[in-house]
Each structure stands twice: as structure tokens, then as C-alpha cells.
Design a protein around this ligand. Structure first.
Ligand code: FMN
Length: 188
């Protein structure tokens, strides 16, 4: 469904798109690019899986390895951006938000326990992501998976939405604060 013509409907519309992306494996928006930055290393983007989207809090949930560069960046700068693209709708959504990382605690454990064993083992490498290797397959120790697993929650404070359309592209900016939304059209 294209961006509604009524600006007031856009916050609910975008939430519905992202809820779907978190549950429907056919949604192209399942794989956003997470952009982070730090003074030392500059900016960096990588594809991640959107695990869930909570429409009440406009909160996106991502899983990762606690030793990864993205978490080092987020420890320095918690402001981040998730960039989604749906080629069927020719729709780009840039969700800007503040990230909170859970490396311990009940939320992290509950998410880890729900993962299939095969996905849990993604976090079992003895060496940290990005470590140089002599062989492409790193050594693993399954017992380490829970320790390495981390959950990122990103609370949106702004959406920048661009819809490419034949009879005129449309771009909308949604500012979010305390469950209030201010939507405006902006030049594409
Ligand atoms: C389709 C796809 C999905 C991915 N999903 C995730 C993910 O959900 N979480 C994650 O940390 N990395 C995921 N990755 C790997 C990242 O793109 C990246 O290579 C890795 O996290 C290391 O990033 P960093 O060193 O910049 O932190 C995915 C890669 C692809 C190709």
C-alpha cells in the first residue's frame, strides 16, 4: 500500500509496514541496513535482520554478537539509523533512533532461548567477528553462544520516508516524541 495521502495516517501506516517486516519472511523490509558511527572508525553500515517491531513504542529489535563493531560504535554513539528498502513499492524508510543494548538480563535470555539451536550457534565463534583467520571456518564453542548474544532495541525518534512514484515522488518526515507524531511532507 502506498504512503497515505493524509499525513496523520502515516505514523500508523509506517508502524504496520515494519510490524509486517518483523514477522513476514516475504517482506523485503526484513533486512535493513544498520548504520553506526564512531570518532575512531568513521561510519559503517551492514545488513541485519529486523527481528521484531513494537508499534506502541516504535521500537525495532535486532540480534547481534556483543563483540561486534556495531556494538563498539553504539557504545560511543547510541544514535543510529536503520535503512529499509522495498523494491516492490520503491519505498525507502530511514528510521533514526536511540539504541539500547542488552548484553545481560531477562530480555536477552528470553530472546536467546526462543532461537533455534542453529541460530544460537551463530554466536559460538571463539574469535570475535572481524578477527583475521587462516581458515574461513572459525573455531566454535557452543557454550559461549549465550554469552556472546546481544539484543539491540532501537526507539525511533524520526522517520524519513521516500516513495518513488510515476506521477511525483513523495517524501514525508515523521518526528516522534512521547507517542506524539508530527508529520510533514518534504522535498524528495
Ligand atoms: C542477509 C543478512 C542478514 C544478516 N543479519 C544479521 C543480524 O541480524 N545481526 C548481525 O549482527 N549481523 C547480521 N548479518 C551480518 C552483518 O551484515 C555483518 O556482516 C556482521 O554483523 C558484522 O558487522 P560489524 O562488524 O560491522 O558489527 C547479516 C548479513 C546478511 C547478509
Amino acid at each position: 500500500m502506498p504512503i497515505p495521502t493524509d499525513l496523520n495516517q502515516i505514523p500508523d501506516w509506517i508502524a504496520a509496514q515494519l510490524v509486517r517486516a518483523g514477522v513476514d519472511r516475504k517482506s523485503a523490509m526484513e533486512w535493513p541496513v544498520l548504520v553506526t558511527g564512531s570518532d575512531a572508525s568513521g561510519s559503517s553500515g551492514r545488513v541485519v535482520v529486523l527481528r521484531r517491531f513494537d508499534p506502541q513504542n516504535h521500537r525495532a529489535v535486532i540480534y547481534t554478537d556483543r563483540r561486534s563493531r556495531k556494538l563498539k560504535d553504539l557504545a560511543e554513539r547510541s544514535q543510529t539509523e536503520l535503512v529499509f528498502f522495498d523494491p516492490k513499492q520503491m519505498l525507502q524508510v530511514r528510521l533514526r533512533g536511540d539504541a539500547v543494548v542488552h548484553v545481560d538480563g531477562a530480555r536477552k535470555d528470553a530472546a536467546f532461548d526462543k532461537l533455534p539451536a542453529r541460530s544460537q550457534s551463530d554466536y559460538s565463534t571463539k574469535s570475535a567477528p572481524g578477527t583475521r583467520l587462516l581458515d574461513p571456518q572459525p573455531e566454535r564453542e557452543l557454550d559461549l553462544s549465550r554469552k556472546h548474544f546481544a539484543l539491540i532495541e532501537i526507539d525511533a525518534f524520526e522517520y524519513d520516508i521516500l516513495s518513488l512514484e510515476r506521477d511525483g515522488h513523495r517524501r514525508a518526515l515523521i518526528e516522534c516524541s512521547d507517542q506524539h507524531y508530527h508529520a510533514s511532507w518534504v522535498t524528495p
